[in-house]
Design a protein around this ligand. Structure first.
Ligand SMILES: Cc1cc2nc3c(=O)[nH]c(=O)nc-3n(C[C@H](O)[C@H](O)[C@H](O)COP(=O)(O)O)c2cc1C
Length: 204
C-alpha cells in the first residue's frame, strides 16, 4: 500500500458542529476511496476553532504561535487538503479565510483541494463556486471538480443515501484519483546541510 496524508480543515464554530460532521464524512469516504486504489490514507483533522486566538495573534504580529505553526506545517506537508467551512453571510467564514491568510503563499500550489461547506439554507450553495473555488484557484491549488455543500436538512435521515452522500462519494473518488497519479509530497528542510564537510574544507 502507498502511504499518503490528507489534512482536513474544519472551520465550524458550534459544538457539536455540522461542519465537523461533514468533515468527518468526507474523511471517511476519502479513506475508503483511497483504499480501493491501494493507498493507505492518513487523516489529520485541524479544528480552526481551537486555533482562533493563535490565528488572530499571527495576523497582528506576523508570527505563528507553536500550535498554529504545527497546523500550517501539516497543511504544507500533506498530499491533499479537504477544506470545510460554514457559510457565514453568503461566503466562507472569517475564521476560515483568516487561516488561509496566514498560510505561506506557495503552500497550496499544485495541491489537490476538496472544497466543502455547510449552511442553514441551500440558497447559498453557490458560495462554494463564487467564493471558495476562486480563493483556492488564486493560490494555485488544484481544486477538485466536485464541491460538497450540505444544508441543515441534508443531514436528515431521509437524505443520508441521497444527494449529499453521492456528492461526498464522487468528490472522494476525485481526490483518490489525484493522490494516485501524484508522487508523495516531500518537504525540504531549509536548514539541511547541502554540502558535505569534506567539500567545505577543500574551499578553505
Ligand atoms: C454569523 C452567521 C452567519 C450565517 N450566515 C449564513 C448564510 O448567509 N447563509 C446560510 O445558509 N447560513 C448561514 N448561517 C448558518 C450556518 O452556516 C450554519 O448553521 C452552519 O452549518 C454552522 O456550522 P457549525 O455547526 O459547524 O458551526 C450563518 C450562521 C452564523 C452564526
Amino acid at each position: 500500500m502507498n502511504q499518503r496524508t490528507v489534512v482536513v480543515v474544519s472551520a465550524g464554530l458550534s459544538q457539536p458542529s455540522s461542519t465537523r460532521l461533514l468533515a468527518d464524512q468526507l474523511s471517511a469516504a476519502a479513506v475508503s476511496a483511497a483504499a480501493a486504489r491501494h493507498i493507505d490514507l492518513k487523516v489529520q483533522i485541524i479544528e480552526l476553532r481551537d486555533l482562533a486566538h493563535d490565528i488572530a495573534n499571527n495576523l497582528l504580529t506576523g508570527f505563528p504561535p507553536a500550535a498554529l505553526k504545527e497546523a500550517t506545517d501539516a497543511v504544507a506537508a500533506a498530499d491533499a487538503l479537504i477544506a470545510v467551512t460554514p457559510i457565514f453571510t453568503a461566503s466562507y467564514s472569517g475564521l476560515f479565510k483568516s487561516f488561509v491568510d496566514v498560510l505561506d503563499k506557495d503552500t497550496l500550489a499544485g495541491k489537490p483541494v476538496l472544497i466543502a461547506a455547510t449552511a442553514g439554507t441551500a440558497r447559498h450553495s453557490l458560495a462554494l463556486e463564487h467564493a471558495l473555488r476562486p480563493l483556492f484557484a488564486y493560490l494555485h491549488a488544484v481544486v477538485l471538480p466536485t464541491a460538497v455543500f450540505a444544508a441543515t436538512d441534508d443531514f436528515g435521515a431521509d437524505s443520508a443515501d441521497g444527494t449529499l452522500r453521492s456528492r461526498i462519494t464522487r468528490a472522494s473518488e476525485e481526490l483518490a484519483r489525484e493522490l494516485e497519479r501524484r508522487d508523495p509530497v516531500t518537504v525540504l528542510d531549509p536548514f539541511a546541510l547541502t554540502t558535505n564537510f569534506e567539500d567545505l574544507l577543500k574551499t578553505m
